[in-house]
Design a protein around this ligand. Structure first.
Ligand code: ZN
Length: 89
């Protein structure tokens, strides 16, 4: 026996909710317009072109900051898997 359920998905992070308003709230709380406010190069990455860490903010959400640490570095082709929607182009 099966039971049909209705659920809503945040199109930003993919989280599922039974309540549509919660899914909308999830989408709206994600910050996607970012501005790099600071970069940090560490000695261990002295051969690297890109910074080891970046600090980002959103000009529309004053006071909201996040720090990102570089995981890897490569070419556009090497990261194509991150953008599967662009495969046909
Ligand atoms: Zn979300």
């Amino acid at each position: 026996m099966t039971t049909k359920i209705n659920a809503y998905k945040c199109d930003v992070c993919g989280s599922a909710y039974f309540d549509e308003d919660q899914a909308r709230e999830c989408e709206q709380q994600h910050i996607s317009v970012l501005e790099v406010s600071d970069v940090l190069f560490m000695q261990k990455d002295k051969e690297s072109k890109f910074p080891s860490k970046i600090l980002v903010n959103n000009p529309n959400h004053s006071g909201a900051l996040a720090m990102y640490i570089k995981e890897s570095e490569g070419s556009v082709e090497e990261y194509a898997y991150l953008y599967p929607d662009d495969e046909d182009e």
